[in-house]
Design a binder for this molecule. Sequence first.
Ligand SMILES: [Mn+2]
Length: 344
Amino acid sequence: MNIDILSEDQLVQLDQLISHAENIIITCHKSPDGDAIGSCLGWAEYLRSRGKEPTVIVPDQYPDFLLWLPNTEKIVRYDKHKEKCDMLFKIADLIFCLDYNTPSRVEDMQEALVSSPAPRVLIDHHLNPDVPAVLTISLPEACSTCELVFRIVWQMGGFEKLDKHFAAPIYCGMMTDTGGFLWNSTRCEIYFIIGELLTKRIDKDKIYRNVYHNYSENRIRLMGYVMYEKLVYLPKFNAAYYTLTREEQKRFNFIKGDAEGLVNIPQQIKGLKLSISLREDSDKPNLIWVSLRSVDDFPCNLMAEQFFNGGGHLNASGGRINGTMEEAVEIVKKAIIAYENKLK
Ligand SMILES: [Mn+2]
């Protein structure tokens, strides 16, 4: 299968940029996810196989469920080591920008990134790439930046001498950006790549467990409680919502991230189009966080803008309400009625 993405000129240019560079930095966006971290680690591994010693610099903390990835201990956090990182950006002679399309996505690291004299190379799959770079490798149809990193390494002939230290992070990023190959993952190139990654003896089932089977007992019980006691299902509107108060969060020893993904669960109800979560802030009174999920063409983002001081993507949005939970529930009911035609 031909999975080449670079033109002959780009291939030569990238090869020469790497060959001539001594101080290479690899960066990704703020709040790095599996694809951001995976692509940085995979690309670093490739550069090491070419005798380079790149530094992976990330703007801030990445999730615990990625800690098992090989070489995470080598990652430098900008928020923790600003001075050291600023110095590295000054002496850098090549910077890779992975998994983001515009400099503002690195937030506090932006100044260091754009003022560095080093040429930048962008490798990304978001729409409208806008990072000043000598080489922009952008392919929005790719499932992940990890897919792009693989295809570049493959085309450069570097895959053969790499091992699972490359394959594991690349697989991990492809998996997390597709929700475990549940969405945006129907292109056959993806499975060609997975087939090749498996030859490096990664345990894909274990990678899945490391990332997704990572809950505390409390979180599992909270999930059961919310779905059994708190979910309000409105079959006439193909919608559902639930509330989660501060008291309840305390009862289940709620920690940051425990509510993550809860709002997706009601979507497993047959025919459901809209799921809404209302969660009281764990500290601030009268602040309710709203999450919305939808399927097909139901515009969560418009509803979030109109009713919840928020916005987002077509099928996944968020917002906030300043008020009590009772008031928030009333707003949700109004919003559902306002969108009745689109829900039925
Ligand atoms: Mn990505």
